[in-house]
Design a protein around this ligand. Structure first.
Ligand code: ADP
Ligand code: MG
Length: 140
């Protein structure tokens, strides 16, 4: 299996509760390495562009409001099969369905305020990394 990269966001519900370190530790304990990391306040335009795939979904507006409601930490994670490994440690979108020991089971407040984002494919990981992270921020 190859070493690959994925894109992660620690969402506003988590930064508000001072969980940046706790969540990063869970990612690191799962074998992922943080090779880029930046704390930002997402603009509405950035949120709408990032979640454009969900534009027609009923939760789109609320989701963009939530993602701009506080700081987030955008990260690039590297490891063996990083996209899949990150999705495993994140857990299901709805924390009620998430497995024990996952980030969302441990920390998510709701299906919307679910503490973390993770890319769902290698192709989308590349697009999402390029959307938020400049090449010289990927310092390894
Ligand atoms: P994931 O983040 O697990 O890849 P999706 O890509 O389907 O999930 O959805 C993107 C984000 O939109 C979710 O992480 C969550 O914050 C929000 N979301 C998804 N489904 C709902 C829903 N039914 N109601 C409210 N918010 C939702
Ligand atoms: Mg998704």
């Amino acid at each position: 299996m190859a070493v690959t990269r994925t894109f992660s966001i620690i969402k506003p519900d988590a930064t508000r509760r001072n969980l940046t370190g706790a969540i990063t530790k869970m990612l690191e304990d799962a074998g992922l390495r943080v090779v880029a990391s930046r704390r930002i306040r997402m603009t509405r335009d950035q949120a709408e562009g990032f979640y454009a795939v969900h534009k027609e979904r009923p939760f789109f507006n609320d989701l963009c409001t939530f993602m701009t409601s506080g700081p987030v930490v955008v990260q690039v994670l590297e490891g063996e099969d990083a996209v899949k490994r990150n999705r495993e440690i994140m857990g299901a979108t709805n924390p009620a369905d998430a497995a024990e020991g996952t980030i969302r089971k441990t920390y998510a407040e709701s299906i919307e305020a679910n503490s973390v984002h993770g890319s769902d494919s290698d192709e989308n990981a590349k697009i999402e990394i390029d959307y938020f992270i400049a090449p010289d921020e990927n310092v390894g």
